[in-house]
Write a protein that binds this ligand. Structure first.
Ligand code: CA
Length: 225
């Protein structure tokens, strides 16, 4: 198991490296966010221990970049900032766990083991089509950065569309998957829900993402994908 420690306090980094190596992990360190990013891009790590206050740019910014580039390794954030807002911001960005400094090494080790057991869980959490984002973990939907409120059924419908982006989906496929049963003769319920969804995610945005496929059903497509 390979662990990357991005931490600019050299003394703390040393303690972490020594302790983790003693437990049999392979450990590498970076003292800046930029070096951390380079290392993750160049090689494979099973876990990232990430300090938030780094000399070049913040750990949060590094985390955001990694997630945007679809690096799905588990991330344990280490920071002295104990305030709730910063915790929420980092969880939203894709941190898997959080440890406030100073911490006991035994606690760090416990969390490291738990995260390594779990593996990359973030992988399929964020779905993207053009500037539309759907987070399967937090159930948040955003278009062009704007939060969009969906009902549970609208969310399931959009999730199914986005999991199958670019693919034509018939009304009966949609009924089977989103309503978990077949509504013989009731396929117009799909049209009703798609109309509602369009009002929320397409009406005030360009380009329109949901397409009607004549005689069949619908698909969602973004220009970029
Ligand atoms: Ca620091």
């Amino acid at each position: 198991m390979r662990i990357l420690v991005v931490e600019d306090e050299e003394k703390l980094a040393e303690i972490l490296v020594r302790g983790l190596k003693a437990e049999g992990y392979q450990v590498e360190t970076a003292l800046t966010a930029a070096d951390g990013l380079d290392l993750v891009e160049q090689s494979h790590y099973d876990l990232l221990l990430l300090d938030l206050q780094l000399p070049d740019y913040s750990g949060t910014a590094l985390l955001r970049k990694l997630r945007q580039q679809r690096h799905d390794l588990p991330v344990l954030v280490l920071t002295a900032r104990a305030d709730l807002e910063s915790k929420i911001e980092n969880f939203d960005t894709g941190a898997d766990d959080y440890l406030t400094k100073p911490f006991a090494f035994a606690e760090l080790l416990m969390r490291v083991r738990a995260l390594l057991r779990r593996g990359p869980a973030i992988k399929s959490s964020l779905l993207r089509v053009a500037d539309l984002e759907l987070d399967r973990l937090t159930h948040q939907v955003r278009r062009a950065g704007q939060k969009i409120e969906l009902s549970p059924k609208e969310f399931s419908l959009l999730e199914y569309f986005m999991l199958n982006a670019g693919r034509a989906l018939s009304r009966s496929m949609i009924i089977d998957r989103v309503w978990d049963q077949s509504f013989e003769g009731l396929t117009n319920i799909v049209d009703v829900y798609v109309a509602q969804l369009r009002r929320k995610i397409d009406e005030s945005f360009e380009p329109k993402l949901i397409r009607t496929i004549r005689g069949l059903g619908y698909s969602i497509e973004g220009d970029a994908e």
